[in-house]
Design a protein around this ligand. Structure first.
Ligand code: VIB
Length: 200
């Protein structure tokens, strides 16, 4: 078994969207087609889509796919696992040469979409991980996101841009604080008929 981590700072995300609609296939496939994924390595199968490349493009593409599905008004769940520091293979390394200009931000910038989310941060391999986690939860509050404690995760309520931009800077700062391998899990619900405090 190859237990070696790679050396490049390639980031990645394995994510799935689950639109609660009879037209789920169309929602998923149309969003993957509509969003510009040219700056990331991408593979889609029956369970998930995996993208790998520079951190800004990994967040640009995942935010754009969530917004593209949810702007139709469909109730959609998103689950993503972001990772940096242990790619395990070198497929996609060539995408690290892309420029940092985001391919989707100009077209999604004006889409307003409130979401409810939870995230968990796992800074591995260096530093005091609980201090890092608490610092980063505080960091989310500075971004204007509504932050509430929960078991095993932290709940976030706000606009998609605020939340995803906050998650990106949490991920970047955790990496820069000395964690050699960082994993972050994110679950989102958009357009849910049950809002907080009014659960079905
Ligand atoms: C982002 C994303 N990528 C892949 C899947 C898995 N998946 C479930 S149904 C379907 C369409 C027909 O095969 C696909 C690709 C997902 N849910 N979300």
């Amino acid at each position: 078994m190859n237990k070696q981590c790679g050396n490049s700072r390639i980031a990645g995300c394995s994510f799935s969207v689950h639109p609660m609609s009879d037209h789920f296939i169309q929602h998923i496939m149309d969003s993957l087609k509509e969003v510009d994924t040219s700056k990331v390595w991408l593979h889609t199968d029956d369970v998930t889509t995996t993208i790998r490349g520079r951190m800004e493009h990994v967040f640009d593409v995942t935010k754009a796919i969530l917004l593209t599905v949810s702007k139709s008004g469909v109730h959609v769940a998103f689950q993503g696992t972001y990772s940096i520091g242990c790619p395990g293979d070198s497929a996609g390394d060539v995408y690290m040469a892309e420029t940092s200009e985001r391919a989707n931000e100009p077209s999604i910038h004006s889409i307003q979409q409130p979401i409810a989310a939870k995230f968990s941060l796992y800074p591995m391999g260096g530093g005091n991980y609980m201090d890092t986690i608490y610092q980063q939860i505080d960091h989310m509050k500075e971004n204007g996101v509504n932050v509430s404690p929960a078991h095993y995760s932290t709940r976030l309520d706000g606009d998609t841009h605020q939340i995803f931009n906050g998650l990106e800077s949490v991920f970047r700062e955790t990496e820069q604080s000395g964690s050699s391998h960082t994993v972050m899990t994110v679950t989102v619900s958009a357009n849910s008929p049950s809002t907080k405090g009014n659960e079905a």
